[in-house]
Design a protein around this ligand. Structure first.
Ligand code: BES
Ligand code: MN
Ligand code: ZN
Length: 499
């Protein structure tokens, strides 16, 4: 369950909730709500700042208990950094860090007054959405595969309200909260699916989750293609990857009809490798467990689809997920195999670990049957993209400048940023093969781009963009969870297409 988001018009000192959040800049300037609380509490906040116990540094937080004259028993003082440097990123950080503290406290609800602060270039709706999404991302707990716990003895954060002029809200603030709620649901869906282990989250499981989504939402239709269906369609590339796995592949096709029959749909395609062992070109053991996240593209487009449907967006949408496991086996495909894709192009397999593009190419060919106005794919496609951009930006590759601008803008707005890499024809030659129309890997350089070049050969004359989310889809480490990216970027993109 996501957090419940509401608005609150209570004065900060009078709000009868377990906790309130107010802000202080590094320059010792209190926000208006912090000032009111400080006045009531006889200067308690100012003293805390003067003593150096609260610094106002961006990301810092201090919890105060039982301030006199303040109705809420707890006050979280969130550092906002230097006032003149305060921007969208700082706002997001403060919202996120204060929510981290809220989650750790024995409370079920809170009011955040951070939405009162000015963020250059951003409006009230943006502040609401951003604060709500930051809070929900922090509140998420992964529990699916632990021994079921007794009901927790202390309350857990379930709801957060944001300071606003009226608790009822006007049209734009209501819309902002609805969008935040839908995106939060999409992000949670993507995170949960991403975090599940591959012995649970296999291709059939993803198909079941997609069917559930379709059952629970009016206006959604679903079709799941089985191995035999894909054989009939000639999807030799996808099926080549699936050959070594005990789990049968699925091609999931969800449709949402939010506009007239004649309106061309947007198509989302997501890489759904439920585990990427590398196949016969086996990956090294260290870090292989992270390859359960190799279906995060699938999770991301499904989460986006869910958000779009919840918002009942006035557009048509097709969501296509090839779900396949990449395993080594006596029957597995091998380096030097030649696969014939649905498009007719033959592919020389030079590395069975470059499998994502092999399932995506057939999914992209299939997507074009729906005559989409735009195709966007999301995929944890290359380690090279992580080398190039690190963990902060998704790689964006497209030949369409307008589409690139639109997607970059959606990412900037939602703090789910992408960075464009070139997709010039110069890079295509590295995919040449002496034995087939195309090889499945390029040379030693520009691996993220040559992977996109491979995909580009299967998209004919349609507006198309590729998001490489290998660096952004999950956080590293023992407790690295799926992030739910690029659900915010993609959902925002679709929202903006309806404006
Ligand atoms: N799923 C991986 C890409 C990946 C690697 C994502 C590490 C996140 C972290 C993909 O299937 C893969 O193995 N790509 C190869 C391509 C290479 C064989 C051309 C890679 O990036 O090494
Ligand atoms: Mn691989
Ligand atoms: Zn992979």
């Amino acid at each position: 369950m996501t957090l419940k988001f509401t608005l609150a018009a209570d004065a900060p000192e009078a709000a009868a909730v377990p906790c309130i959040v107010v802000g202080v800049y590094e320059d010792r300037v209190l926000t208006p709500s912090a000032t009111r609380v400080d006045d009531r509490a006889g200067g308690a906040l100012k003293r805390l700042i003067e003593s150096g116990d609260a610094t106002g540094k961006i990301g810092s937080t201090t919890v105060l208990f039982g301030l006199p004259g303040v109705a809420a028993p707890r006050v979280v003082l969130a550092g906002l950094g230097e006032q003149k440097k305060f921007d969208a990123a700082a706002f997001n950080r403060a919202a996120s860090e204060s929510a981290r503290v809220l989650k750790s406290l024995p409370i079920d609800s809170a009011i955040s007054y951070l939405t009162e602060v000015e963020v250059p270039g951003r409006d009230a709706a943006w502040k609401l959405r951003t604060a709500a999404l930051a809070a929900d991302a922090q509140a998420y707990r992964y529990t699916a595969t632990f021994k079921p716990k007794e009901k927790p003895k202390t309350p857990q954060l379930e709801a957060i309200a944001f300071a606003a002029a009226s608790a009822a809200g006007d049209r734009t603030t209501k819309r902002a909260l609805a969008e935040a709620g839908a995106i939060a649901n999409g992000v949670r869906f993507a995170r949960e699916l991403g975090n599940l282990p591959p012995n649970i989250c296999n291709p059939a499981y993803i198909a079941t989750q997609a069917k559930k989504l379709a059952d629970e939402h009016a206006g959604v239709t679903i079709e799941v293609l089985e191995r035999e269906d894909m054989q009939k369609l000639g999807m030799g590339s996808l099926l080549g990857v699936a050959q070594g796995a005990a789990h049968a592949p699925k091609l999931i096709v969800l449709r949402w009809q939010g506009a007239g029959d004649k309106v061309k749909p947007y198509a989302l395609v997501g890489k759904g490798i439920t585990f990427d062992s590398g196949g016969i070109s086996l990956k090294p053991g260290a870090g292989m467990e992270e390859m359960k996240f190799d279906m995060c593209g699938a999770a991301g487009v499904l989460g986006t689809f869910l958000a779009a449907v919840e918002l009942k967006l006035a557009l048509n949408l097709v969501c296509i997920v090839p779900a396949v496991e990449n395993m080594p086996d006596g029957n597995a495909y091998r380096p030097s195999d030649i696969l014939t894709s649905m498009s007719g192009l033959t592919i020389e397999v030079l590395n069975t670990d470059a499998e994502g593009r092999l399932i995506l190419c057939d999914a992209l060919t299939y997507a074009q049957k729906f005559e989409p106005q735009v195709i966007i794919d999301a995929a944890t496609l290359t380690g090279a993209c992580v080398v190039a951009l690190g963990k902060f930006a998704s790689g964006l590759m497209t030949r369409d400048d307008e589409l690139a601008e639109e997607l970059l803008a959606s990412g900037n707005l939602t703090m789910d940023r992408a960075w464009r890499l070139p997709l010039w024809d110069d890079y295509q030659q590295s995919l040449e093969s002496g034995f087939a129309d195309v090889a499945n890997i390029g040379g030693k350089y520009a691996g993220a781009i040559t992977a996109a070049c491979f995909l580009s050969r299967f998209v004919n004359g349609c507006r198309w963009a590729h998001l490489d989310i290998a660096g952004t889809a999950w956080d590293e480490g023992r407790k690295g969870f799926a992030t739910g990216r690029p659900v915010p970027l993609l959902t925002q993109y679709l929202i903006d297409r309806c404006a």
